[in-house]
Design a protein around this ligand. Sequence first.
Ligand SMILES: Cc1cc2nc3c(=O)[nH]c(=O)nc-3n(C[C@H](O)[C@H](O)[C@H](O)COP(=O)(O)OP(=O)(O)OC[C@H]3O[C@@H](n4cnc5c(N)ncnc54)[C@H](O)[C@@H]3O)c2cc1C
Length: 460
Amino acid sequence: MSKRIVVVGGDAAGMSAASQAKRRGGADVEVIALERGRHTSYAACGIPYWVGGDVADAESLVARSPEAHRANGIDVRMATEALEVDLAGSVVVARGPSGAERIGYDELVLATGAHPVRPPLPGIDSAGVYGVATLDDGQALTGGLAGLRPDAGADRGRAVVVGGGYIGIEMAEALRKRGLAVTLVDALDEPMTTLDPDMGALVHRAMETMGIQVRTATAVTGILTDASGRARAVATADGEIPADLVVLGIGVRPTSELATRAGLAVGPSGGIRTDLRMRVVGQEHVWAAGDCVESFDRVSTSWVHVPLGTHANKQGRVVGINLTGGYATFPGVVRTAVSKVCDLEIARTGLREVDAAAAGFAHVAVTVRSTTRAGYYPGAAPVTVKMLAERGSGRLLGVQIVGREGSAKRIDACAVALWNRMTVEEMTGLDLGYAPPFSPVWDPVLIAARKAVDALAAAR
Ligand SMILES: Cc1cc2nc3c(=O)[nH]c(=O)nc-3n(C[C@H](O)[C@H](O)[C@H](O)COP(=O)(O)OP(=O)(O)OC[C@H]3O[C@@H](n4cnc5c(N)ncnc54)[C@H](O)[C@@H]3O)c2cc1C
């Protein structure tokens, strides 16, 4: 008899697990995937580029439709929400188009993702206030934009983006490209809090030169509505900011209510706790992957919530292999992330100064300003690299990069160095590629490593 695998959540993590299990297990496994939305295997990462007009339509963001998954032998059930998990009975209670049903499982995979934070502020659920997590959210937002006639110019629409994380800044760019006047509001001193504030300040300044207003240290106190109940302004401690539409970019939380109600282990972030094979801690037949889990941070050696598609896909694959007699682990993260706002590229890996302190590392931090190409080569543009190293050992702890085109992917070499616990001294000799169109003869990363070595010597 075949083993039945029930997957809850039909995007990156869930369908990676389902596809891998079906590919490996063939007729020996029956895979049922439940998705409460209208799409499977979609790239939420592409939503800002679709809203901004770089990507033609939502369909372009769908890697594999429900029909394509069914053709591969996966029983995908759309518009079907898992409501409860009965661990003792190995049953998922779900509600779909034909009503409620109880679905028994041999193995259960939770891949329920994450949802945008909606602080309990007056008016936060009004019409005209949008989160951006799913394609359905993107569709709602593009529908709202169509109503504003944004292509007619900035006076046709004013957008306020609440929160200056990477989704907030990507959405600010998208809305600007659609011709809206855009204000980004953040409660903290600088946007991009995945960076240290001194690097966030570079993002702040660059956004303002791109025509995006940035109001930092400004707490939003509510959304003001018109007579029809539609958002008309964002209220802050410093006054109102008029808005025809409001986008929330305050961050996301793991969607783990199903897991917590079932009594599964969750960490302080609310993310489900698993072992390195992605099996839920204390459970023989329950697995979890993607934005709903916590991951092991290899640098701070703590469990953290890092909701990124790159991890969701890998973790889902690991689950699929383990469910079909194989052995695979997800080795953890070093918190590498890249994003951009207009032509400014932003990257990070490892720990910020605040993280290093929290993890108990005494550290030095250095910042270098260089260029993306040889200074004499056309198109050479500024790049700033900040590097952290542990005092004493000299171990690399983290790198942040902000600069123009050609900056961000330099972070990958740093991520590999971090992953392999290299010292900044060792990094100074790295054999990185050089030719004038790609970097100065001393790559900015190598200059930063050299400067970090000097700072360590001075701190002795
Ligand atoms: C605007 C935006 C930009 C991004 N950019 C990047 C990027 O540049 N790089 C990067 O690495 N990551 C990026 N991400 C993050 C990336 O999209 C996520 O990490 C990834 O989608 C997580 O996949 P997942 O399968 O874990 O969760 P999700 O994609 O959230 O999917 C979970 C699915 O589960 C379904 N579901 C939840 N509960 C239930 C239930 N009870 N029953 C049935 N179905 C349920 C949901 O409807 C959803 O479809 C971005 C995200 C957004 C929103």
